[in-house]
Design a protein around this ligand. Structure first.
Ligand SMILES: [Zn+2]
Length: 507
């Protein structure tokens, strides 16, 4: 017996059931039961009990929160496991049990040393230029070397690049006044994260130079390579041995260095005529967060935070007087000049055209046709005001029918269009406005794929670093400039405690 299909369901209604004899009705009920069971089982599927990828799990469901358990260590005691089992079996929702295991190297685990010692190809001396006490200029002669360290740096060549090992020597000099001055590696800000054993300090006294550090950050963030894949890549292709910890540090450092740049970009958003806004879910240490993006023609700013309105006011300040292009999220509604993304509405209407309730499907088709025709008319026949007026009246009428229909999704769509009418048709009266929010959705694509690979960030610092790097990279792409030379410059200055250079305007 074949399962009921759409055509069968369309033909069934109250009158049909009433017309049936009891034994036939039981048969129909049995068929419907089979279908319902099948659909219910399908709905229960997630990444835990099927081969469905975790990216398709509902971000709001509590099952998502239990995910880290599957990664819990083998060494977890048997008692803890039984306790967890009891919790799972009880009717109450189990609290997420955090593994006591920290990420990274475990205490007592075997360490890895450098297989080959570093060999310097170039020596870079650093002399003190001025007496730190009396400000007198100091000569470079008769200096005494007191410390040195190796730096691996990436050097561009005519057809490519190579990684060189530099030895930085620091000198000390005694002034006529008797004061002794040391040349020292530059130092920048220190970033503290609660519970972290070692704080992140921006300094020049590190193994990886700013250009190589930026290169590593590009592999991690732009090319979405994992820390261990970057390690493998550098080892295989550049004979450069780096630990995954060092690689991770480079990526965070580049991101943190870009934070002050983003503040400048946020200011530049405020003077735009049209600003696209969108958000997608994100995980920070397994908890549900949101990744926001604000895009203009020349600037893009990303931010990871809650879904509250405050996050929005960071991106769109009260001084912003331009147009917002958004989806239907309620936090956007207070802004007076707004274009609602029509593509979102079209997608919802497309879904309704395929439903079993034929009346609802027909009204959905009308809404869909009117929305599409309205966009096409504004694009190609702007001057036909009569047609434009007619289409709007027709769309309103279809929505009016939809509001009164029994089908819930159709009702919701019709109300959505009615309640936000001015924002839905803003592009009709302001042809410079795009009717869709594709710019913002495209800008989020990269991060959505990264989320599917890496499951988000671990700390608020990681979120800041990641969103800042995304902002700088995407803005550079919009302005058609190389993001990496700029980021390397920003990182080099941040390691000396200096402010970033102004963001290039581009072409
Ligand atoms: Zn002096």
């Amino acid at each position: 017996m074949a399962q009921l299909d759409k055509n069968d369901l369309v033909q069934m209604n109250e009158d049909y059931f009433k017309s049936l004899k009891k034994e036939r009705l039981v048969e129909v009920a049995k068929n419907l039961h089979i279908l319902a069971t099948d659909l219910w089982e399908k709905e229960q599927k997630n990444s835990q009990n099927s081969s469905q990828p975790p990216s398709l799990d509902n971000p709001y469901s509590s099952k998502q929160k239990q995910k880290p358990e599957s990664f819990s260590s083998e060494s977890e005691s048997a008692e803890a496991k039984t306790e967890q089992k009891q919790l799972n079996e009880s009717s109450e929702k189990p609290e997420k049990k955090k593994s006591p295991r920290k990420p990274g190297k475990q205490p007592g685990a075997k360490g890895f040393g450098r297989k080959q010692p570093l060999k310097a190809e170039a020596i870079i001396p650093h002399y003190p230029h001025q007496c730190s006490a009396c400000n007198q200029n100091l000569a470079e002669s008769e200096n005494q070397r007191y410390m040195g360290h190796y730096v691996l740096e990436l050097e561009p060549e005519l057809n490519g690049f190579r990684i060189v090992c530099q030895l930085h020597h620091y000198y000390r000099k005694t002034c006529n006044c008797g004061h002794c001055t040391d040349a020292k590696p530059g130092e920048g800000k220190v970033f503290v994260v609660e519970g972290r054993t070692r704080d992140l300090k921006l300094t020049e006294y590190v193994l990886v130079g700013p250009t190589l550090g930026t290169f590593i950050a590009s592999l991690g963030v732009r090319y979405r390579m994992s820390r261990s894949k970057i390690q493998e890549f550098l080892n295989d292709w550049a004979q450069t041995e780096l630990s995954t910890g060092t690689i991770d540090r480079c990526i965070r450092e580049a991101g943190i260095a870009c934070v002050p740049v983003v503040e400048e970009l946020v200011e530049q958003l405020q003077i735009a005529d049209i600003l696209h806004l969108d958000e997608t879910h994100w995980y920070e240490s397994g908890k549900l967060h949101w990744l926001w993006v604000a895009v203009t023609t020349k600037t893009a700013v990303f931010r990871i935070g809650s879904r509250r309105k405050e996050e929005l006011s960071y991106l769109v300040k009260e001084a912003f007087l331009g147009w917002l292009v958004t989806d239907g999220y309620a936090a956007y509604r207070s802004h007076p000049k707004r274009q609602r993304c029509v593509a979102h509405l079209i997608r919802k209407a497309v879904a309704i055209t395929g439903v079993i309730d034929q009346k609802a499907a027909q009204i959905g088709q009308w809404i869909l046709d009117d929305l599409r025709e309205l966009i096409a008319t504004i694009a190609y026949k702007k001057e036909d005001t009569r047609l434009i007026r007619k289409l709007q009246v027709r769309l309103r009428r279809a929505c009016h029918l939809g509001k009164k229909a029994d089908h819930q999704k159709l009702q919701a769509l019709a109300k959505e269009i009615f309640n936000d009418w001015d924002a839905v048709v803003a592009f009709v009266y302001h042809p410079e406005l795009p009717p869709t929010n594709n710019e913002a959705e495209r800008a989020l694509r990269h991060a959505v794929i990264a989320r599917r690979i890496g499951f988000g960030t671990r700390t608020s610092e990681g979120s800041w670093a990641y969103s800042s790097l995304l902002s700088v990279i995407e803005t550079c792409r919009l302005r058609e400039i190389n993001p990496w030379t700029y980021i390397a410059e920003v990182l080099a200055l941040a390691r000396q405690g200096l402010a970033p250079p102004p963001f290039p305007i581009g072409s």
